[in-house]
Ligand binder design. Structure first.
Ligand code: ZN
Length: 502
C-alpha cells in the first residue's frame, strides 16, 4: 500500500537554510529475515525523497509557501499525523547529523567528456554526480574512478589501457586544479579531507578500478600513486595479468566455466604488484577480483585492505560481485573496511529483476507510441557519440512520459530496490564484522543508484534511514568516512615504514 502526502518545511543548519520539498511515500513493507538487522523497525518503512535547496541565510525571515505538489495531498489519518510529526523531528535530527559528519562515497565513475570547458562538473550534467548535486545532497567527498574495462593481455591492450587511465587522471586534476579549485580540491590524505571540508570545498579523491593499465611495468604503480591514486583493484570483470576476476564463476548452459581460472587467485606478478601498492600507500581494493584472489591478497597485504563497492553475498542470491561471509570475516581480521554499494542488482537481484521486467514493459509500450526502439547495453555501447546523444534525448522523453505512470503501474506491482534494502546490507555487515569495518558507496555513473539514492543529490536519504534504525551520530560518522579514512591513515603509515626500511 502506498500513502502519499506532502510537507513543506525549512530547517536551519548553521548558516544554511534548507528548504525541504517533500513528497513522502509510505510503504507497508514486510521484510523477510528481519532478525538479521540490528535496529530495524520491521514492518513499516518510510522512504523519504527530499529535494534540498541550500542557500546562505542572512537571518531573513521567510514566508511559508505552498507547494504545487500539495494539490494531490491525501489527508492523513490521525495516527498518520502523529507519525508525520515524529517523522519531522527525525528528519530534522538526521539532516543536522548529515550536515555535521563528513560524507564520503568511495566509488563514482567518470566520463572524460564531462571534463571540458563546455561541459563539466561545475554544471548540472546529466551524470549522477557533479558539484551541484553534491551540494544539494550534502555529499562531501567523491572518489573519482580511473576505470579501465578489461581488454586483451598484450602490449597493444596495455598501451590503450594506459592512455585511458592517463586521460582520467588528467580530467580529475584539470577539474580540481584548473577549472574549479575554488569549489573542489583533490585530497591525498585524511588531513587533506578535513582541511578542504573546513574550507567549505567539495573533495575529490582518486581510486583505480582495474590495475590493467599498469601493463607490464610495475613502475607505473608509483607513478599512479604520485598522481594521487589512493586505492586500486588488481582486476575488474575478466582475468588480467595480476589476478583472477569474480567473473571466473560464470558458467554456460552446460555448467562449464566461460572464463576458467588463470591462476586460482593472484598471479606471481599480482603478488609483486600488491607489495608495491603497500610500499607506495595505495589501498588494496577487493571489489572485483575472485574470492581466492581476495583471500590471498588479504593474507599477503601488510596493511588493511578495502572493498570500494561491494555488498553482502549472503543477502543477495550469491551475486559474485559481493563478498562472502568468509571474506568479510577476513577483512575484519585484517582491520579493513567494506564500502557497502548501492547497486540494485547486487543488493537484491531477484527483486531488481522483477522490477526491471515490469518497468521495461511500460517503456516498450511507450516507445512504440513514439516510434522509438529501446536498445540493449551492448547496442548502446556501439553507438557513436552523436547517435548516443540522440538516443539519450529520446530516452529522456520516454522517461518523462513514463513518470506519471510509475507509481501505479510499476512500483505498486514490483517495488524497486531502495534505500531500505541498501541499509539492510549495512546492518548485516555491521552485525557480522562490527561497525568499524563497514562504509558506504554508490557506484554512481557506473551502474549504481537505487530508489531514494539515485544521485549525489539524494545522499541525505541514506543518513535519514541510518538515523531511523537507531545509529548514533558517532556511528554514522564512522560509516560515512571515519572507517575508510582510518584505513587510509594506516596504509600510509605502513608505506612510510616500508619506505624507511628500503
Ligand atoms: Zn565496479
Amino acid at each position: 500500500m502506498l500513502v502519499k502526502y506532502c510537507v513543506f518545511d525549512k530547517v536551519h543548519i548553521g548558516h544554511y537554510r534548507l528548504f525541504l520539498l517533500k513528497p513522502i511515500f509510505l510503504f507497508n513493507h514486510y521484510k523477510s529475515g528481519d532478525n538479521m538487522s540490528i535496529n530495524s523497525f520491521g514492518l513499516k518503512i518510510t522512504l523519504l525523497f527530499s529535494t534540498l535547496l541550500l542557500s546562505a541565510c542572512d537571518n531573513v525571515q521567510e514566508t511559508p509557501q505552498s507547494s504545487d505538489a500539495a494539490v494531490d495531498v491525501a489527508a492523513p489519518a490521525t495516527d498518520q499525523i502523529s507519525n508525520m510529526e515524529n517523522e519531522e523531528a527525525l528528519i530534522s535530527r538526521a539532516m543536522e547529523i548529515h550536515h555535521r559528519v563528513i560524507t564520503l562515497d568511495t566509488h563514482d565513475d567518470i566520463n572524460v567528456n564531462n571534463f571540458t570547458d563546455e561541459l563539466n562538473y561545475t554544471m548540472d550534467t546529466d551524470s549522477q554526480v557533479n558539484l551541484p548535486k553534491m551540494v544539494a545532497g550534502g555529499l562531501d567527498v567523491a572518489f573519482f574512478i580511473v576505470f579501465t574495462g578489461q581488454g586483451e593481455l598484450n602490449e597493444e591492450g596495455y598501451a590503450q589501457a594506459y592512455e585511458n587511465a592517463m586521460a582520467k587522471f588528467n580530467a580529475i586534476h584539470w577539474l580540481t586544479e584548473e577549472k574549479a579549485p575554488d569549489q573542489i580540491g583533490l585530497a591525498l590524505t585524511s588531513d587533506d579531507v578535513r582541511r578542504l571540508n573546513a574550507e567549505g570545498k567539495k573533495i575529490a579523491m582518486i581510486g583505480i578500478e582495474n590495475a590493467y593499465p599498469v601493463g607490464t611495468d610495475l613502475g607505473n604503480i608509483k607513478k599512479f600513486a604520485d598522481l594521487g591514486a589512493r586505492y586500486m583493484s588488481l582486476a575488474h570483470n575478466g582475468h588480467n595479468q595480476f589476478a583472477d576476476s569474480n567473473t571466473g564463476e560464470r558458467v554456460d548452459d552446460d555448467g562449464n566455466p566461460t572464463e576458467p581460472w588463470l591462476y586460482n587467485g593472484l598471479s606471481h606478478f599480482g603478488k609483486e604488484a600488491l607489495a608495491l601498492m603497500n610500499l607506495h600507500g595505495i589501498m588494496v581494493d577487493l571489489s572485483h577480483p575472485s574470492k581466492q584472489s581476495n583471500m590471498q591478497a588479504i593474507a599477503l597485504s601488510k596493511a588493511p585492505v578495502i572493498a570500494s563497492h561491494s555488498s553482502a553475498r549472503t543477502l543477495s542470491q550469491t551475486v559474485s560481485r559481493n563478498l562472502s561471509d568468509e571474506e568479510l570475516m577476513a577483512i575484519k581480521e585484517n582491520g579493513g573496511v567494506v564500502q557497502t554499494v548501492a547497486f540494485a542488482s547486487y543488493l537484491d537481484r531477484d527483486k531488481n529483476n522483477a522490477y526491471r521486467k515490469v518497468l521495461n514493459k511500460l517503456h516498450v509500450e511507450i516507445a512504440a507510441t513514439m516510434g522509438f526502439e529501446i536498445l540493449g547495453f551492448a547496442a548502446r555501447r556501439n553507438l557513436s557519440d552523436a547517435e548516443r546523444a540522440t538516443y539519450n534525448e529520446e530516452f529522456a522523453q520516454l522517461e518523462k512520459l513514463a513518470a506519471p505512470r510509475l507509481e501505479a503501474e510499476v512500483y505498486a506491482v514490483a517495488p524497486p530496490v531502495d534505500v531500505n534494502d541498501f541499509v539492510d546490507h549495512i546492518d548485516y555487515m555491521v552485525n557480522l564484522i562490527g561497525i568499524e569495518h563497514v562504509g558506504i558507496s554508490s557506484d554512481f555513473d557506473g551502474g549504481g543508484g537505487i530508489y531514494g539514492w539515485n544521485s549525489a543529490a539524494e545522499t541525505h536519504n541514506v543518513t535519514i534511514e541510518l538515523v531511523r534504525r537507531g545509529y548514533s551520530e558517532e556511528q554514522i560518522a564512522a560509516l560515512w568516512s571515519g572507517n575508510l579514512l582510518r584505513v587510509l591513515d594506516q596504509v600510509q603509515e605502513v608505506s612510510k615504514e616500508l619506505l624507511a626500511a628500503e
